[in-house]
Design a protein. Sequence first.
Length: 54
Amino acid sequence: MKRRDFIKTTAVIAPAMSLFPADLSLITRESVEGKLEKRSLGKTGEMLSVLGFG
């Protein structure tokens, strides 16, 4: 791929990425010192450790 083609493709894709924001502000977090952090999962709100998210 040529640099010119890459820049054209990136210029088109970059604004489209803003249509699908990764909204991490809705994730609930629990932190206890000495233990793994837990985060809420999806609509169920089940609390999983950060290892469960992979």
